[in-house]
Design a protein around this ligand. Structure first.
Ligand code: PLP
Length: 441
């Protein structure tokens, strides 16, 4: 087998992680990992603790963290206000199996921040909220079909995943189309669709394939024209793009919106918010044949409620979001300069979540919120080179989501950004030398 210097060196500095990986591989079927994004050859590090923008592994290696709890940790790791809320609530009970004041205060905070939130409903995670939205829309419209956009991700269920693994199960129910208003209208005009689903910001983590704001502004009107519920998935963008989410920066109101990640400040939870007439189907006064029933052991559990309140209070004035955006803008500027200097076709773009583009440019973007092409296969392509880049970065103390996304928090600093750019420079040099990426210079 060919010698892989990176893998060999990585194994030397991560021996205890290797031991844990060997144990994990005997239990967790996905090569020892508990989520797809945690799979890496030979293995990702095993983390022992995290604080602010950093995390540390069992071998004592330090990382600047750009995974940030899959986007949940806008406030950074172990924020004192979240730790306090968690500790105090743990001592008072973690599950009452009954109503409590915190759930009311949490929902009121969400309502005060998200203008479309006439009603609020809590869940164990974001995907659950999305499935609930589909069911509500079906009952409300008395239709069954789901219209979705290409590559848009809403969870792992067949109704929600970009490419269903069991297509036959959902083929009659789900239609996936490109970002094309004519196609949207053509489908909606059949009047078969209960719901039009849209990922906040665009496909993958707030818009790796970004949505044009004018396009988004047209969607609610079109959906309503044909009696379809317009749903916006703000599991990632909610509270991150702005206190009022992606919809507030675009200037639209969705009929139903899902929230997750930041909504509970780092504890697992989700929420669905939206129009009172649609969510009113939950009322016991709704006739039984149209009534929506909501069960769920973890709905509005006291721990998530306590940390959710603590997190949203901190996000209300938009300061954490501005800080994360500022640091991300510096990272994009320095990183893009570096790609140019190294002669590598690469581009960083996005908002507080920064996406990595590798490959040929179709145009020189005038701003760094968009990729240098509209070709989806190019945007999502170069997976092998991105994985290799992510490993080189990890080996140099930078933890990313497979070098596809770098997720920033308000705890990231200019020092972190500078260190990251240095690590990117070293990684690109190593990749050029080993031949896993090309340089034009
Ligand atoms: C846009 C979007 N929607 C829904 C989900 C699913 O949320 P959860 O993992 O909390 O179920 C995710 C997860 O990353 C997501 O990115």
């Amino acid at each position: 087998m060919a010698v892989d210097r990176l893998v060999d060196e990585y194994k030397i500095t991560h021996p205890k992680s290797q031991e844990l990986h060997d144990r994990a591989a005997r239990i967790f079927a996905a090569d020892g990992a508990t989520a797809r994004i945690r799979i890496l050859n030979p293995y990702r590090p095993y983390i022992t603790h995290a604080k602010g923008s950093k995390k540390w592994d069992i071998d004592g290696n330090e990382y600047i963290d750009y995974v940030m709890g899959h986007g949940a940790m806008l406030l950074g790791h172990s924020h004192p206000a979240i730790v306090k809320a968690l500790q105090e609530q743990a001592a008072k009970g973690t599950h009452y199996g009954d109503n409590h004041e915190l759930e009311v205060a949490w929902a009121e905070l969400i309502q005060s921040m998200v203008p479309s939130a006439e009603r609020v409903e809590f869940f164990a995670c974001g995907q659950e909220a999305n499935l609930f939205a589909i069911k509500l829309a079906r009952i409300f419209t008395q239709r069954s079909k789901i219209l979705r956009f290409v590559e848009n991700f809403h969870g792992w269920a067949d109704e929600l995943v970009p490419t269903p693994i069991s297509p036959s199960v959902v083929a009659d129910a789900v239609k996936i189309i490109p970002y094309d208003l004519d196609r949207v209208e053509e489908e909606l005009a059949t009047k078969e669709y209960a719901i039009l689903m849209t990922e906040g910001g665009g496909a993958h983590m707030s818009g790796q394939i970004p949505l044009d704001f004018e396009f988004v502004r047209t969607l609610p009107g079109l959906a309503h024209k044909y009696g379809t519920v317009w749903f916006l998935d703000e599991v990632v963008t909610g509270f991150r793009d702005a206190p009022g989410g992606f919809q507030s920066i675009v200037g639209v109101k969705s009929d139903l919106t899902s929230l997750g990640k930041i909504v509970a400040g780092g504890i697992g939870a989700g929420a669905l918010v939206g129009r009172a007439d649609i969510m009113g189907l939950l009322s016991p006064e709704t006739p039984a044949n149209r009534r929506m029933i909501h069960t769920g052991t973890w709905n509005a559990n006291p721990l998530a409620s306590a940390t959710g309140i603590a997190a949203l209070k901190l996000c209300q004035d938009g300061k954490p979001q501005r800080k994360a955006n500022e640091m991300a803008a510096s990272l994009r500027k320095e990183g893009n300069q570096l790609f140019k200097e190294k002669g590598v076709d690469g581009w960083l773009y996005g908002r507080s979540i920064t996406h990595v583009y590798l490959g040929p440019f179709d145009c020189q973007p005038t701003d760094d919120t968009v990729p240098p092409t509209k070709d989806i296969s190019k945007i999502t392509g170069m997976g092998g080179a991105k994985t290799r880049l992510s490993h080189h970065l990890l080996h140099r103390g930078i933890s990313t989501m497979a070098a596809r996304h770098l997720i920033l928090s308000c705890m990231h600093t200019i020092k972190d950004v500078n260190k990251t750019v240095d690590a990117l420079a070293d990684s690109l040099d190593a990749m050029i030398e080993e031949g896993s990426i090309k340089s034009r210079s």
